[in-house]
Design a protein around this ligand. Structure first.
Ligand code: MF3
Ligand code: CO
Ligand code: CO
Length: 268
């Protein structure tokens, strides 16, 4: 409807048009495809810089743009967060060892639309507790996504994630959140991964945002290292994260960043 074109809610959340779904879907599917392709490269002995170079080359090969290179001074096409790194790990000379767990987070811009997603990978064979952390984190994202439909609130999403994670005696990171996305990378609202049912803004058809819970085996507190990017758990416990971008539909949501190869969830 023309009178709704360009509408922004009183919480500052943009309502996109039905025709906008195709644009963000296309960008998101580029990201998801790259996250599929990098999977087989994750092995003991590889460096995180090598994984980032592969991702950069894939972005260039497709003629699309990295959204993170140049973003607030960031210099890489991915964030790679290993073991107790919560998020925003900088690719570098770190060599992966057997049993390391890592999140790879990629954002690309395609025709002005942002595609943002991250997944967990394992170098070699994970420990039982690492595998459980990854499983619980992934399931918490799915529970959050299950709460996405018109009339529910952002608090319902956070509540679904937090109750599941804490029932499994793990903790939800409070210091980082999901975000509105679309023709901008980070837009309102802050999508919290914890909260009270029924709190926060009401979900409406046409809202586009990410859900990207970070879950720790130990305490939820984080700190940022001297490089001003790398966020780690204060207690050095392992941390995991999955991120999808979703759009609210009439009766639920579309997950824009679903794996084209059905590989979103790690196998080992
Ligand atoms: N992709 C991240 C997110 O999920 C943001 C990374 S910004 C960077 O929002 F500069 F660290 F790459
Ligand atoms: Co994001
Ligand atoms: Co991301």
């Amino acid at each position: 409807m023309d009178n709704l074109r360009g509408r922004v809610t009183r919480d500052g959340i943009r309502i996109y048009e039905p025709s906008d779904f195709a644009g963000i879907r296309a960008a998101s599917q580029v990201t998801a495809d790259i996250l599929d392709l990098v999977g087989p490269l994750v092995k003991p002995g590889v460096t995180t810089a090598e994984l980032d170079t592969f991702i950069t080359d894939e972005i260039v090969r497709r003629g699309v743009t990295s959204s993170t290179i140049g973003y607030k001074g960031y210099k890489h096409a991915s964030c790679i967060s290993v073991n107790h790194v919560v998020c925003h790990g900088i690719p570098g000379p770190k060599v992966l060892a057997d049993g390391d767990i890592l999140n790879i987070d990629v954002t690309v811009t395609v025709d002005g639309w942002f595609g943002d997603s991250s997944r967990m990978y394992v170098a070699g064979t994970p420990s039982r507790k690492s595998a459980r952390l990854i499983e619980v984190t992934h399931e918490s994202l799915l529970r959050g996504i299950a709460a996405v439909k018109p009339g529910n609130t952002f608090g319902d999403i956070g509540h679904a994630i937090q109750t599941f994670v804490e029932a499994n005696r793990m903790s939800v990171v409070r210091d980082f959140c999901g975000h509105g996305i679309g023709r901008v990378f980070h837009a309102p609202p802050n999508v919290l991964h914890y909260g009270r049912a029924g709190s926060g803004a009401v979900l409406e058809e046409g809202m586009f945002f990410t859900i990207e819970p970070m879950v720790n085996l130990g305490r939820p507190e984080t700190k940022v290292l001297a490089d001003d990017w790398t966020a780690v758990t204060r207690d050095k416990s392992l941390s995991a994260q999955f991120e999808h971008a979703v759009g609210v539909t009439a009766d639920g949501c579309e997950i824009f960043t679903l794996s084209p190869g059905g590989k979103f969830y790690p196998t080992w």
